[in-house]
Write a protein that binds this ligand. Structure first.
Ligand code: ZN
Length: 288
């Protein structure tokens, strides 16, 4: 399922494919209307055009010339692709006029149909409940943007203060820090050498500095590995990305060669190295 790096790649692609091209046709698959929230229907986009695409957490925000915004969440299996013809599992089709006169088709494909799309009136995107509830960004393509600089260790420590929840699960709460999914959380725990089940309140400032750096390192590495016209998710059968721990239970740790262990943590798959990430022993403060 898409995490922050995959959403960022889709954002880059949408910017490349759609900005400054007039929308000449919009088609929503019958049956997908209930996943689209647009008062006059998405068809009201015809004649408008995108000025820019932004990302907030795992949400895509398409800024329209009319001042309106298309807000898109990809759910479990959604992705926007450029396509010369109708694709399997196509839910939304957007046709753009080309500057050379040739139309270009961009589609939302979504096998499990859990994606959500909104067409929002001017100036309400940042106050939309899905966006307003998000914590700071862990990484930003443009630190000078209105989102401000990405969260560093001290801001993580502040946002997660006093939480007893296991670190892996706490990191996945987008209202604390936005956009961190299961894979990013596990890779950051490994990078920071902290066990994913560590009670969050026992972490030190030094731990948070390593966790924040681990999150950013995973995002940058995944962006470099996966950039392309179509993002692939783990459940698409993509598995070539060199994760350090995710999906590697029973394989040797890349740092120390001990075999990685796995368990369910709050219903989520968890994987760690028993030597590099020792089990938390008590509720007391960890050694820095
Ligand atoms: Zn290890």
């Amino acid at each position: 399922m898409p995490e922050l790096p995959e959403v960022e790649i889709v954002r880059e692609n949408l910017a490349r494919w759609t900005v400054d091209r007039p929308l000449i046709a919009v088609a929503v698959e019958p049956g997908h209307e209930r996943r689209v929230h647009a008062e006059e229907g998405l068809e009201a986009l015809v004649g408008d055009w995108f000025r820019a695409w932004h990302r907030r957490g795992k949400y895509l925000l398409g800024e329209l010339a009319s001042g309106r915004t298309v807000l898109s969440h990809l759910g479990m299996t959604g992705k926007w692709v450029a396509t010369p013809g109708e694709r399997r599992f196509q839910r939304i089709g957007l046709t753009f006029g080309g500057s050379d006169g040739s139309p270009r088709d961009v589609a939302l494909v979504d096998r499990r149909r859990l994606s959500l799309t909104w067409l929002l009136a001017a100036d309400v995107a940042s106050s939309h409940p899905r966006i307003a509830s998000l914590g700071p960004e862990p990484w930003s393509a443009d630190p000078a943007s209105c989102l401000g600089p990405p969260a560093e260790g001290p801001l993580y420590a502040e946002r997660f203060a006093g939480l007893r929840r296991p670190l892996q699960l706490a990191l996945m709460d987008g209202s604390r820090v936005a956009g961190i999914g299961n894979i990013t959380a596990l890779e950051a725990c490994f990078s920071a050498q902290v066990h994913p089940a560590t009670p969050t309140q026992t972490l030190t400032q030094a731990d948070w500095a390593r966790i924040a750096a681990g999150v950013r390192q995973h995002i940058v590495r995944t962006l470099d590995d996966e950039r392309g016209d179509e993002v692939m998710y783990v459940n698409d059968g993509a598995g070539e990305t060199a994760f350090d721990v995710y999906g590697r239970a029973g394989e040797p740790c890349r740092r120390c060669a001990q075999l990685l262990r796995s368990a369910k943590l709050g219903g989520r798959p968890s994987t760690w190295c028993p030597a590099c990430q020792p089990q938390p022993t008590s509720g007391s403060k960890r050694d820095a």
